[in-house]
Design a protein around this ligand. Structure first.
Ligand SMILES: Nc1ncnc2c1ncn2[C@@H]1O[C@H](COP(=O)(O)OP(=O)(O)O)[C@@H](O)[C@H]1O
Ligand SMILES: CC(C)(COP(=O)(O)O)[C@@H](O)C(=O)NCCC(=O)O
Length: 267
């Protein structure tokens, strides 16, 4: 069994791959950094002992070190950390400096490629929101192009930074409405609208270059905060442009899916 590790800025997500059968975890473990000790009891209840570990870490060296020490101590495992490359897993990286791209974003494109052959966009609502576009599998060699993408504060970060940076604003909670008349709803609507607007912008850019709308996928712990508004605005735009309705598709763990793909190459 191979452990798959996605260390993000808020939480560490961990799954597994049985390389003999290709079976994967049903639900990934999600731990806040401070709760890393819970990894031991989770790993101890796995069907078989982990024999290898592969991961990405965008949460800084301290988190990477703690994870490495935990797995070394409890399971005698060294983690194979994946960095962004120009090309891997059938995906080519268009970033000017390939290594500058967050390893989680890179591996999520390799994971996304496993879900569709069509031009696609992945909207990840984590600590940051990232909106990344992957070209279709139409080249003769089947290689997909990661075109690039946006980074903006995630929904929770928008909420906390508004509260931290102003004298009067609370951490607004509530549903998005057309014309908010209450501070909490004004903040919640503003955040959802900013996230949805960025998704729509990138979807339109995809439509321009592909000539067909990219299939939109979503993931990340902050999705539920913005889902209603993002789905609503995208559905409205599709309708306005004469495209049939196609809701955004949820992916549990595109980063872990990409790591599972890379495990075969790298371990
Ligand atoms: N139990 C939780 N602890 C922390 N954040 C949570 C929790 N449940 C949902 N969230 C939301 O998930 C977001 C983090 O999502 P995640 O995909 O784990 O991000 P990252 O990869 O950046 O760590 C938080 O900003 C918050 O909005
Ligand atoms: C954009 C990110 C902060 C997202 O991290 P997350 O919200 O998943 O914790 C991370 O992918 C990162 O540090 N990227 C490096 C810069 C880049 O991708 O261009």
């Amino acid at each position: 069994m191979i452990l798959l590790i996605d260390a993000g800025n808020t939480r560490i997500k961990i799954g597994w791959l049985d390389s003999a059968s290709g079976r994967r975890e049903k639900v990934a473990l999600a731990l806040r950094h401070a709760d890393m000790a819970e990894l031991r009891s989770w790993a101890n209840q796995l069907e078989s002992a982990p024999l290898a570990a592969i991961g990405v870490n965008v949460a800084g060296p301290d988190v990477g070190r703690s994870l490495a020490e935990t797995l070394r101590r409890d399971h005698s495992l060294e983690i194979r950390w994946v960095e962004s490359r120009r090309m891997a897993g059938g995906v080519r990286n268009a970033y000017e400096d390939a290594g500058q791209l967050g390893a989680d974003r890179w591996v999520s494109m390799i994971g996304l490629a496993r879900h569709t052959d069509d031009a696609a966009m992945l909207a990840t609502f984590g600590t940051a929101t990232t909106l990344d576009t992957l070209g279709p599998r139409n080249a003769p060699d089947g290689v997909r192009l990661f075109h690039g993408g946006l980074i903006l504060p995630g929904p929770e970060l928008m909420r906390t930074s508004l509260a931290a940076g102003t004298a009067n604003l609370p951490e607004g909670k509530g549903v998005a409405v057309a014309f908010p008349t209450h501070t909490h709803r004004a903040i919640a609507t503003g955040i959802a609208a900013a996230q949805a607007g960025a998704v729509l912008r990138q979807w339109r850019e995809g439509l321009e270059i592909f000539g067909t709308p990219p299939v939109v996928y979503s993931t990340g712990g902050g999705w539920n905060i913005v889902e209603a508004e993002v789905q609503r605005l995208l559905a409205r735009s599709r309708n306005d442009l004469g495209f049939k309705s196609e809701p955004i598709r949820w992916l549990h763990s595109p980063v872990l899916d990409g790591l599972a793909r890379l495990a075969a190459e790298l371990l």
